[in-house]
Design a protein around this ligand. Structure first.
Ligand SMILES: NC(=O)c1ccc[n+]([C@@H]2O[C@H](COP(=O)([O-])OP(=O)(O)OC[C@H]3O[C@@H](n4cnc5c(N)ncnc54)[C@H](OP(=O)(O)O)[C@@H]3O)[C@@H](O)[C@H]2O)c1
Length: 337
């Protein structure tokens, strides 16, 4: 099979595709998945350079998010609900390849109305945004929400979900082109360019001086956002895409009676596994009724062009989920037809 093997750390631009790797062998609790599409994440860029918090031992195959089918020759572990040939999406280390071994618990059935390209990037971003807004912030209809990096992987689902929950949504992003995406694909009510000085004043003006009830921040801009948060607001700490773990003066928390709320979706698999299916079931209802829809970046990269896709992601040129098209459904070996 083909795949991007890491046996020494390198910048993603220097990755090369190996063409003749042996198929991986499933361990206990694992199934073998034929991958058709995979999704790019910023942490893949860190992992290829040895800078991520989770570094598998050499050699390892890069990539985490995928959509594909349970392979015909896959073992089916006890309790696993999937059958060979079933369409699934999920997470497993090694998704930038034709096949991967996945713990079946980290897979879910691909919604019938989704292509592999659409489904490859929903396993992390959508439950993150749903649990943050619903489970952690308790967002209510009529409230104001500010989403930073709103055109990004977790940002667009946050905008769409906040809208269907009945909130008034202000999308903040770094360019007019990205703000247009937030309107077109997210349904944002208002857009603010957060590279402009004093952008928070615009947010205050939009909310009639009150400020936003909920901040959803994957960038590391909580301190900046607190300048336009409402009394008793909730600020969701989602990530640090700007590259620095933010430190906060706690007097700001006290003065406005606000809550700083963390959310780490991956930790639910250890800490609260029973809650995961309720989040996915809520999302499946929304996907099947098409009230929300995955948004993928215009350029879908073929497997051979992974380095180009990762470099575009690193340069902040992309929006939505960046997808790697591994092979067409009728082309099992990834060979050129
Ligand atoms: N808490 C959780 O459970 C959880 C789950 C998933 C992801 N995350 C985290 O959420 C963050 C965003 O993930 P994502 O999938 O949305 O990423 P993404 O699609 O790559 O979007 C990140 C966006 O952040 C903005 N940004 C601002 N400053 C940046 C900088 N210095 N470098 C790069 N980007 C910068 C950019 O948008 P603009 O150009 O508009 O500024 C960029 O497009 C990551 O830190 C990720 O680890 C957390």
């Amino acid at each position: 099979m083909r795949g991007y093997v890491i046996n020494h750390y390198a910048h993603p631009k220097d990755l090369t595709l190996s063409l003749h790797l042996p198929d991986p062998i499933p361990g206990p609790g694992e199934v073998l998945v034929d991958i058709y599409s995979a999704a790019l994440n910023f942490f893949d860029i860190l992992q290829s350079q040895g800078k991520y918090q989770t570094q598998p031992p050499f050699p390892f195959v890069l990539g985490m998010e995928l959509a594909g089918k349970i392979a015909d020759n896959s073992p089916i572990p006890e309790g696993c609900p999937f059958k060979p040939g079933q369409r699934v999406f999920g997470s497993a280390q090694g998704s930038y390849a034709d096949r991967v071994c996945a713990n079946w618990v980290a897979l879910a059935p691909l919604p019938a109305n989704m292509t592999f390209d659409q489904g490859a990037g929903i396993h992390i971003t959508w439950p993150t945004s749903y649990e943050a807004l619903v489970g952690r912030a308790g967002l209510k209809a009529g409230e104001w929400v500010l989403v930073t990096a709103a055109a990004g992987g977790v940002g667009i689902p946050a905008v769409q979900l906040a809208k269907i929950l009945g909130a008034n949504v202000i999308a903040a992003a770094g360019s007019q082109a990205k703000l247009d995406i937030c309107k077109k694909y997210g349904g944002a009510d208002y857009c603010v360019d957060y590279t402009k000085k004093d952008w928070q004043k615009e947010v205050l003006k939009i909310t009639g001086g009150k400020g936003v009830d909920v901040v959803y921040d994957p960038v590391g801009l909580i301190a900046d956002c607190l300048k336009c948060i409402a009394w008793k607001g909730r600020a969701l700490v989602i990530g640090f895409a700007a590259g620095k773990i933010e430190k906060l003066p706690l007097n700001l928390v006290l003065l406005k009676n606000i809550s700083i709320v963390g959310l780490h979706w991956g930790a639910y698999y250890k800490k609260e596994p029973g809650h995961i299916s309720s989040v996915f079931n809520a999302l499946f209802d929304l996907f099947s009724s098409e009230r929300v829809k995955p948004v993928i970046y215009t350029e879908v990269f073929p497997l051979e062009e992974l380095p180009k896709g990762l470099v575009a992601l690193e340069r902040r040129e992309t929006w939505g989920k960046v997808i790697l098209h591994v092979k067409d459904e009728h082309n099992h070996d990834g060979a050129k037809l």
